[in-house]
Write a protein that binds this ligand. Structure first.
Ligand code: GAL
Length: 518
């Protein structure tokens, strides 16, 4: 018995044969990660370790500027803004936390200036706030910012993480010493840490950051709870960039996924394997850029809606300490988060893609119809407009239920549907402003959230809320579609319209069956 880890036991109890089966991430993980938009030049925090001034890249500005106080201030903000209670529970520390070397017994050391109390104290404080703590390392001799990596030290490092109270590991891909190039080689390299984490007996969500290399979407679910499927995101909706390659999901020669990948390029890349998402294992489309300033409000709403519907982990990548009210009202939308946290755990799929539309200054322009099943027989539908013009988009029930049966053969195409707008209940700016006021009176902000009747998933899980048909999770009913009919809506340039379709009355066989899944 002693040799059976807790996570294995949890997996056995859950009894499921799908996903990585450690009992974690049954719905996509949501939280915050210590990365955001670029700021040049980067300050080399650890010259002795040989930081080059080309340390570059889009993930970090806050990036290397991590500290005990950053994590605790962010955690406090998660609580006071109501973001924890709407579901954001993981606080994940990215690169640059370590001293850059190991001690004489080869244990990893935290940077003493940034984390004077050590990592355990940070984890304890994060836990005391009802949050979970994520750490970072790389399956390489160094991390991407050139601190000590975990390759060939997996067992010892996993033990260190477990002893610090870590609940999550983001595991990167830099400096892998050439151990990649085939799915088997990459699998084996990542499998060592999976086994090491399991052996600690502490349930630790395992999140691969290997940028989609070596077809990770075909093997990630066997050993991890999520896997990055693209190069690093940057804060742009459609802008192409030479640093992002592998935009075409069918390119078998994609060996350098790169960075600077737009929202659109990541969506197009995942479109060929969006169906790999499953409870316990998710395609990771990289952190959210919402709040970093490079996109419009409409673009951020579209980005957030798509990441939720594609069942990507939802990790906010902005600085919470300076968050604007507008940013809060995008990220705290419970009707969108309910799509991400839907118990059925299926991602939307791309049903239509039209490139015959007006292109923007980068030569980019296309529209998409994304559609997917939800628990209880509901359907999520997103009309996505990346064209350089407003477009009246429409989708017939035949197209919406294409994946349930082609050419209108699906029973769902032959029934009527109520249409719920997932953005109609967005929080008003005045309320958000009051919530973000910088004072210590947590109770008054809790009161405000109560008065706003805001969804509190700490009090009632999304699963329970959906089961009881909580209106805050459904969105607002705005129209209906007759049997065999069409959903038509004006979708503004660079935006998306997101809907939940519900059966208005009579239950189909699938409906009552799916209801039991809830
Ligand atoms: C990249 C990774 C980013 C960030 C960065 C840290 O490889 O994709 O998300 O973690 O390394 O150096």
């Amino acid at each position: 018995m002693a040799s059976l880890s807790v996570s294995v036991i949890v997996g056995l109890l859950v009894g499921s044969t799908i996903g990585v089966n450690n009992g974690l991430a049954r719905t996509p993980q949501i939280g915050w990660v210590s990365s955001k938009k670029p700021k040049y030049p980067l300050v080399c925090s650890n010259p002795s370790h040989g930081c080059a001034d080309t340390l570059e890249n889009n993930w970090n500005s806050l990036g290397c500027d991590v500290s005990d106080s950053l994590l605790l201030d962010t955690s406090d903000k998660l609580v006071s803004s109501g973001l924890r209670d709407v579901g954001y529970t993981y606080v994940v520390l990215d690169d640059c936390w370590s001293a850059g070397r190991r001690d004489s017994d080869q244990w990893l050391l935290a940077d003493r200036k940034k984390f004077p109390r050590g990592m355990k104290a940070v984890a304890d404080d994060i836990h005391a706030l009802g949050l979970l703590f994520g750490m970072y390392s790389s399956a390489g001799e160094m991390t991407c910012a050139r601190f000590a990596g975990s390759l060939d030290f997996e067992s010892q490092d996993a033990q260190a993480f477990a002893s610090w109270g870590v609940d999550y590991l983001k595991y990167d891909n830099c400096y892998h010493m050439g151990r990649f190039g085939t799915p088997q080689i990459s699998y084996n390299r990542y499998d060592v840490m999976w086994k090491a984490l399991n052996a600690t007996g502490r349930p630790i969500l395992y999140s691969l950051s290997n940028w989609g290399e070596d077809y990770v979407h075909t093997w990630g679910m066997s050993l991890a709870n999520s896997w990055r499927m693209s190069g690093d995101i940057y804060d742009a909706f459609t802008r192409p960039d030479a640093l992002c390659s592998c935009g075409d999901a069918k390119d078998p020669h994609c060996i350098a996924p790169g960075t600077h990948c737009s929202v659109l390029s990541i969506m197009n890349r995942v479109s060929a394997f969006s169906d790999r998402a499953q409870p316990g294992g998710w395609n990771d489309l990289d952190m959210l850029e919402v709040g970093n300033g490079g996109m419009t409000d409409d673009e951020y709403k579209a980005h957030f809606s798509m990441w939720a519907a594609l069942k990507s982990p939802l990790l906010m990548g902005h600085d919470l300490r300076t968050m604007s009210p507008t940013t809060l009202t995008i990220l705290n939308n419970p009707a969108i988060i309910a799509i991400s946290q839907d118990p059925l755990g299926l991602a939307v799929n791309l049903a239509l893609r039209d490139t015959n539309v007006k292109k923007d200054k980068y030569g980019m322009g296309e529209t998409h119809l994304w559609t997917g099943q939800l628990a209880g027989g509901d359907q999520v539908v997103i009309l996505f407009n990346a064209a350089d013009q407003d477009i009246h988009m429409s989708a017939s029930l035949e197209e919406i239920f294409y994946y349930e049966g082609p050419e209108g053969s699906a029973p769902q195409a032959k029934q009527a549907w109520d249409v719920y707008d997932l953005w109609a209940g967005r929080m008003d700016i005045e309320t958000a402003q009051k919530i973000l006021v910088d004072d210590d009176d947590l109770r008054s902000r809790e009161q405000l959230l109560k008065e706003a009747n805001w969804y509190n998933s700490s009090a009632m899980s999304y699963k329970e809320g959906l089961k009881s048909g909580d209106p805050r999770l459904l969105g607002k009913k705005t129209s209906s579609i007759a049997a065999g009919g069409t959903l038509s809506v004006l979708v503004k340039r660079h935006s998306a319209e997101a809907f939940r379709l519900r059966n208005p009355g009579e239950k189909t066989a699938r409906y009552s069956m799916a209801k039991d899944e809830l």
